[in-house]
Design a protein around this ligand. Sequence first.
Ligand code: DGL
Length: 290
Amino acid sequence: MRIAFDPLAGMKLSPSRGADLAGRPPTILVFDSGLGGLTVHRELVRARPDARFVYCADDAAFPYGGLDEDHLVARVVAVMDRLISAHAPDCVVIACNTASTLVLPHLRARFPLPFVGTVPAIKPACERSASRMVSILATPGTVARDYTKALVATYGGGCEVTLVGAPRLAGLAEATMRGETADPAAVAAEIAPCFVDRAGRRTDAVALACTHYPLLVDTFRALAPWPVDWIDPAPAIARRLTQILGPAGPAAEPKPATAILTGGAALASLSAMFRGFGLAETRVEPLPLH
Ligand code: DGL
């Protein structure tokens, strides 16, 4: 099942094929295990307001952070098989670090399409840090990846990098999107290992390496023991999309956008939330996790 690959291939400027649109607006498929990819989706809409967006939350398999690697590869390839044949996207954005750090080479080998991934923003975090102490806040799956370790080795730039795999944060972010209040003590406990204070130096930059976490960034700021730079990769992903597809034309008109759920729990409350992100239609296309 595993494909051997250069662990840093996803960081090179042009790992994907470009898209030949011949002047028509593109169809862009945005994919995550759940609602975190919406933090990327909102930036992509700003970059290409003319595109037809399809957002898929593979909520039947949420959270990806707890799946073993072979299972996750098989799952994402199976869901993508179905989505690509149903929606014929011009470009796919994997708005999930847990999937991107493992599955991108499999997807690129299988589908003749450009894929944009989301991987931990280790290089920007290290470049921005004055104290040279940086933390990467991710899922347990992402911090365990060879890919993530290779990013630290290549782009750590002499910084002390602390990898924090938070087991509960993505679930807490989903709960807030369903209208619940995340327990501040639980959130504080999840982010606490990011804050390292040693020998007169303190962490000053934290990369949000799970797309769910920007949904909670205001809570993180309120609970942080001291201020840090919280780095959200979404603007960089939107820039990468523009490199691949080109900028929007002058007469960019928003197109109807659809959200697809593979499970569909709490659909009623989620439809209103999706509308807030410009996804007017919400559909359940069941794909149980086996
Ligand atoms: N949003 C996903 C990410 O960026 C992960 C959430 C999950 O564990 O499913 O890593």
